[in-house]
Design a protein around this ligand. Structure first.
Ligand code: AMP
Length: 595
């Protein structure tokens, strides 16, 4: 097929996504996880099955993008405090689990007659869970933001760090180990002299120093620079640039981290996300700008499937079985015991065990390097791959089992959990005063006597803006609407409003609404960042104008009030109060401090 040969990148993306879609849909139909479909799609386009063969090194690189975006998104949900809060369990937990898995792997390697070095590489490869699988699993079950989820992610971060170290150390160890695994040439290429222990210690030291330097750069400079950059871009009023900024930050930091500091892409992206997570707004905004993430995550699974040689299942079924047992049972039992030993409840232990009972990308990288260095027989890599595929396949089942056990305990836990997270927020903002008015449609209230020929400016003419606009028109007001969407503009015209087409965050568009003569400005767009830009500009231009803004969270309320909104109305709160009103009557909102 000429097209596939001429454009291998496009062919890989297209065929990977199309097949993943078809197989994923089929899997869904059969009531199994779509991940299984994605993996099988990979096997189908891999070199070990007949038919089209996609370019596996390209697929692998594409998959890396998926890993970066996913890890960035995980970081967005994860603050430094979260990380610190779980370090007392995640650190020893991960270390012990890596130790146990490595020992089990060495035992299997011994049984298969491999060298000790092969056993170490093999065992390490079995000890580190896949970021993609873990985050997908936690996200799907909405436990990423629970304490269990935090422990699992923190644990994963420690494993990631350990693997970064392992990847750097392996070549050095290969130089040392077992006498003559490496030729002098390879040693030289890897920058190793035969200095032995001194060289090894230096390598460890340099690696740790690099990771520490990266962390320091991110926590000191990145923490200020990245949110500032996003904020700045948001204020240009261009959504396109904002999205671009998010991708540039996620990918740029990950790449820079790998190039400059030798840190994995995943870890770099995670840190980039984490420094953004402190501002809830930038976090939300960044998340919304990440629609590519899922597509690339799918390519990750396809690329894993591609590496798989199904033949190994026939050649060495016992080895495969033992590998899977180490990953699924051995590691889980170890994790379970550790978490319990630290006094966490059984359902926490079960969730963490289940989420870590699989292996993925790091394992392939490690096994590949081991084979390259002549430490691990290729058979070892095949076993790692088989172990990865099978453990990813059964992971949903393991989770279902673990979550089944969780059910007994889930109630007190989930009830307790959201509090600390939400604690600083409730009603601390100036929202209540405004939003406790039961009427979400602002009736003419406290009007500043209309001396000039006033008009009302409504930004956004969707579900919220249209109701306001129609109401104002019915009351005989002059209304100017700013809208981006064609159909919404048409609706505004129909209601008899004057319309301005364009993004209200664009200073020129906003200026055209002639705020100087307006009575008020209704900012009804849902996105808080954009709304903030509108409010800020309007307030700067018109210190006295009344600005009413729609919000969806306490953080957004605070943000907009800070930028100059006179009144913020929280959509969700009004919905809740209206519903509550049915049961308790219009005084339902007394609980939030009535006037
Ligand atoms: P709804 O969430 O249904 O109230 O719809 C919000 C409306 O706001 C949609 O019609 C959007 O097209 C519009 N909108 C969103 N952002 C902007 C913006 N920056 N400038 C103008 N209109 C916007």
């Amino acid at each position: 097929v000429p097209a596939a040969h001429a454009t291998p990148l496009i062919a890989t993306i297209v065929i990977g996504l199309v097949l993943a879609f078809i197989f994923g849909l089929a899997a869904q139909r059969l009531r199994i996880s779509p991940l299984v479909g994605y993996l099988l799609a990979g096997v189908a386009v891999g070199p070990f099955t007949p038919g089209f063969v996609a370019d596996s090194s390209l697929a692998h690189e594409l998959a890396e993008i998926g890993v970066i975006l996913l890890m960035f998104a995980v970081g967005l949900h994860f603050s430094l405090n979260d990380l610190m809060a779980v370090r007392s369990i995640a650190l020893p937990g991960a270390v012990v689990q890596i130790g146990v898995a490595t020992l089990l792997g060495m035992a299997l390697a011994w049984a298969l007659g491999w060298s000790i070095a092969a056993g170490v590489v093999f065992g390490l490869a079995l000890s580190v869970a896949s970021t993609v699988v873990l985050t997908r699993a936690l996200q799907e079950r909405r436990i990423l933001d629970t304490e269990r989820g935090h422990i699992a992610v923190g644990w994963l971060v420690v494993e990631d760090l350990a693997m970064v170290l392992a990847l750097v150390l392996l070549p050095a160890l290969a130089g040392q180990g077992a006498g003559g695994g490496l030729t002098a040439q390879i040693r030289e290429a890897l920058g190793l002299d035969s200095a032995g222990l001194g060289g090894l210690v230096a390598t460890i030291g340099i690696t740790i120093a690099k990771v520490a330097a990266f962390a320091a750069v991110m926590l000191i400079a990145g923490r200020r620079l990245i949110p500032w950059l996003l904020h700045h871009v948001a204020h240009t009023g261009s959504r396109e640039l904002f999205r671009l900024a998010v991708y540039a930050i996620a990918l740029g930091v990950a790449f820079g981290a790998a190039e400059l500091f030798g840190v994995s892409f995943a870890l770099g992206a995670f840190m980039a996300g984490m420094v953004l997570s402190e501002s809830q707004l930038s976090q939300r905004a960044a998340e919304e700008a990440l629609p590519l993430r899922d597509a690339f995550a799918v390519l990750f699974f396809v690329s894993v499937g591609m590496l798989f040689d199904p033949g190994v299942l026939l050649r060495d079924p016992l080895g495969v079985l033992a590998t899977v047992l180490i990953v699924v049972v051995g590691k889980s039992v170890a994790a379970l015991l550790i978490v319990r030993a630290f006094g966490h409840p059984i359902h926490t232990a079960l969730t963490i065990s289940a989420s870590l009972a699989q292996i993925g990308e790091f394992s392939f990288i490690l096994a590949g390097l081991g084979v390259g260095l002549g430490l691990l027989p290729t058979e070892g890599r095949d076993l790692v791959l088989a172990g990865a595929i099978l453990s990813i396949l059964v992971n949903p089942l393991i989770f279902a089992a673990a979550e089944g056990g969780r059910f007994i305990h889930v109630r007190p836990f989930t009830l307790r959990r959201p509090r600390p997270a939400a604690a600083p927020l409730p009603a601390a903002t100036p929202v209540p005063a405004a939003s406790s008015a039961p009427e979400p449609v602002p009736a003419p209230e406290a009007e500043p006597a209309p001396e000039p020929p006033p008009h009302e400016v409504v930004v956004g003419y969707g579900r919220v803006g249209a109701v306001i606009g129609a109401g104002l028109r019915a009351a005989g007001r002059r209304v100017v609407v700013i809208e981006v969407a064609e159909d919404a503009l048409a609706a505004a015209r129909q209601d008899g409003a004057e319309v301005l087409e364009g993004n209200a965050a664009d200073p020129e568009v906003l200026a055209a609404a002639d705020l100087g003569r307006a009575a008020r400005l209704f900012v009804t767009i849902p996105e808080a960042f954009e709304a903030g830009t509108v409010v800020e500009q309007a307030r700067a231009a018109q210190p006295r104008i009344e600005i009413l803004a729609r919000v969806h969270s306490d953080a957004a309320a605070e943000h907009l009030t800070g930028l100059g909104a006179s009144t913020v109305v929280s959509g969700e709160r009004e919905i809740a109060l209206r519903m509550l009103e049915r049961a308790i009557g219009p005084n339902a909102n007394l609980e939030q401090g009535s006037v």
